[in-house]
Design a protein around this ligand. Structure first.
Ligand SMILES: *Cc1c(COP(=O)(O)O)cnc(C)c1O
Ligand code: SF4
Length: 345
């Protein structure tokens, strides 16, 4: 709920600006009601196989901005498919489980995940601005836990005590749902940890809630001693609106490194043309394609899964279409490995 985004506002370093009021209002006006969304999209209920049970597992949430990028009156729209709670989600498919990567509980309790050399993942927000149906979070909505300063401080102490850590990744949920003042405070504390070189943010917000991509936030990321990397999550070229592009270009101009990760989703972006266009358009806004993730086998998402042979053909096709630097690395997450693993078919 929005309350978690509001509840973090303590001891403002930066007074709440008009921009912050604006993005919080945009967040509050997100669609949460299926029939309201259908009306807006000029669709009839019988055109989609909505499931109230799927909706109860992981409730509907779509920002107005994202909804505006969905084509009207098209039940097959690739953006709509990512957010619509459909009865396909209720299929039980062998190999798909509640916790495919196997580390969710430990993350939830500590908020800090140190799996790979040199970098740690710090979960600072439990909420998201949009609910993506393919996400493992569908089974771990974390009940909208509050931003917990004590827990964060413990994590900072752990980081400080380990000289091998040079990069902190802010993750969630969506870390950019934190208020400017909380983010600023956290950035200042991180900058004081001398061995740290980089701060990385993983967020879907640049795509779904461009109102939050304020100049204030760009200032904060541009002015910290740490090198700032923003990894956005964009799956389809239609997700890059004019507004998104302008905001990304502004951030790039402030020397914030921009990368993108996508999830390969059947019926959404599993075509060479779509992925090639996505890379081209990302680069138009100076965002480098970074990862293309094979789907995590989470129950409820089996209808997004592609066959290994199709994935191999698709990726080979993409490699023949694009310069090498615009081909994202095709990876999957395997529990216990020391890095993301290259997807080999
Ligand atoms: C994905 C991930 C990272 C980041 O990995 P990179 O390959 O550096 O992008 C870091 N920590 C955890 C726990 C991760 O799952
Ligand atoms: S964590 Fe990312 S992919 Fe998952 S629901 Fe939130 S925004 Fe979507």
């Amino acid at each position: 709920m929005l309350s978690s985004a509001h509840s973090v506002d303590q001891g403002p370093i930066i007074p709440r600006s008009a921009a912050e009021v604006n993005w919080k209002q945009a967040l509050a006006s997100a669609f949460r009601d299926w029939h309201e969304l259908l009306d807006y999209l000029q669709l009839l209920p019988q055109q989609l196989d909505f499931s109230i049970k799927a909706e109860q597992q992981f409730n509907l949430r779509v920002t107005r901005h994202y909804a505006a990028q969905i084509r009207k009156a098209d039940p097959q729209d690739p953006l709509l498919r990512q957010i619509a709670p459909l009865s396909e989600e209720l299929q039980q498919v062998p190999g798909f489980s509640h916790n495919p990567v196997g580390d969710l509980e430990s993350v939830e309790s500590s908020g800090l995940l140190h799996k790979y050399h040199g970098r740690v993942l710090l979960m600072i927000s439990s909420a998201c601005a949009i609910h993506c149906r393919y996400c493992f979070r569908r089974h771990f909505p974390y009940h909208e836990h509050r931003y917990n300063e004590e827990r964060i401080q413990q994590s900072l102490n752990t980081i400080k005590a380990d000289n091998s850590i040079t990069e902190v990744i802010l993750s969630g949920g969506d870390p950019l749902l934190l208020s400017d003042s909380s983010l600023q405070e956290l950035l200042q504390k991180l900058a004081q940890i001398t061995q740290l070189k980089r701060i990385r943010i993983h967020s879907r917000i640049p795509v779904v809630l461009p109102e939050r991509m304020s100049d204030t936030l760009a200032d904060m990321l541009a002015s910290t001693r740490l090198q700032a990397v923003l990894v956005i999550h964009c799956n389809h070229p239609h997700e890059l609106s004019t507004v998104n592009r302008q905001r990304l270009l502004h951030y790039r101009q402030r020397n914030i490194t921009l990368l993108n990760q996508s999830v390969l989703l059947k019926g959404v972006n599993d075509r060479v043309d779509t992925l090639a266009q996505l890379s081209e358009q990302l680069f138009d806004c100076h965002v480098m394609p970074y990862y293309l993730h094979a789907l995590d086998k989470v129950s409820g998402a089996a209808h997004f899964d592609s066959q290994p042979a199709d994935i191999a053909r698709l990726y080979a096709g993409l490699q023949t279409r694009l310069p090498g630097y615009l081909v994202p690395k095709l990876v999957k997450e395997i529990a216990g490995e020391a890095s993301k693993s290259l997807y080999i078919t």
